[in-house]
Design a protein around this ligand. Structure first.
Ligand SMILES: CC(C)=CCC/C(C)=C/CC/C(C)=C/COP(=O)(O)O
Length: 266
């Protein structure tokens, strides 16, 4: 009885090709038959390369194998991560519908959503800037406004580039959205929550219980995005990371309050 290795060899031509097809089978279309692999033609199959002698082909193959091995493992890892992401997000979307398992908590989750929405944050910040009577206070609030606007622009750009659709369990019933908000990567609420909380913890003198509340708020906002079915877990994780990094950008480009008179003159 032939060993599995011999049996596999019988289906292909030559020992080097055998190794090749064993690996290529991960990349080929499921609907294709083993005799007609449908993956991208190898450079060695092109008429130009076919002119080469068989010995030069054999010299090229190991390098070619390395080149294909990495993308396939990366592809499999990414596809697995995506599958876990979709499965976990669906499982965690317990407030996605009124009839979902935690559907009765949906109104509360929507309140949490409003607390991290861009419009209330921008309106309150402009109001505080207008009311502030100390130069130090104005400087901090001006930079918070800058951070909020920068966040909306950066999130819009990334959403527009990635174009990842929102999860199927999402109902598009959010108030005041832009056209890019039909996309879900990254979560704008998560970026804002991470950035604003880091901003507040660094620039406002807060008592410890308030600092803990600020951190909890950022975590609850992020969690609520998945629970409401608005986002997949990876949208929120990346959003949180992006918001955290955006704060560093704001620190780097920290605006001086001297630009305020310039802005008001415009
Ligand atoms: C001043 C100005 C341009 C305000 C725009 C504020 C606005 C409409 C922000 C959009 C907020 C929003 C619905 C983000 C979507 O959050 P996800 O967590 O669902 O990505």
């Amino acid at each position: 009885m032939p060993s599995p290795r011999t049996a596999r060899a019988a289906n292909t031509t030559g020992s080097i090709s055998n190794e090749k097809f064993e690996f290529m089978s991960l990349l080929t279309n499921r609907t294709s038959t083993p005799e007609t692999p449908t993956s991208r033609p190898r450079t060695s199959d092109s008429p130009v390369h076919r002119k080469d002698s068989s010995s030069s082909q054999q010299q090229q193959l190991p390098e070619e194998d390395c080149m294909k091995l990495n993308p396939s493992f990366l592809g499999i890892a990414l596809r697995s991560l995506l599958a876990i992401d979709l499965w976990l997000s669906k499982k965690m979307g317990v407030c996605a519908r009124d009839g979902s398992s935690w559907g009765s908590a949906r109104p509360l989750m929507k309140l949490v959503e409003i607390s991290g929405h861009g419009i209330p944050w921008i309106c309150c910040t402009i109001y505080c800037l207008y009311k502030s009577d100390s130069s130090a206070g104005r400087e901090v609030i001006l930079n918070l406004l800058f951070a909020l606007l920068l966040d909306i622009i950066l999130v819009g750009v990334v959403k527009g580039i990635v174009k990842r659709r929102r999860p199927t369990q999402n109902r598009m019933d959010m108030f005041a959205t832009f056209s890019v908000d039909k996309y879900s990567f990254p979560s704008g609420h998560a970026t804002r929550a991470a950035m604003v909380s880091r901003f507040m913890l660094n620039h406002l003198v807060l008592a410890v219980p308030v600092r803990i509340l600020v951190m909890l708020w950022a975590i609850v906002i992020s969690l609520s995005r998945v629970m409401l079915g608005r986002h997949n877990v990876t949208d929120v994780l990346f959003g949180f990371f992006m918001g955290y990094m955006q704060y560093s950008l704001v620190e780097y480009f920290w605006l001086s309050p001297n630009i305020l008179p310039v802005l008001f003159k415009m």
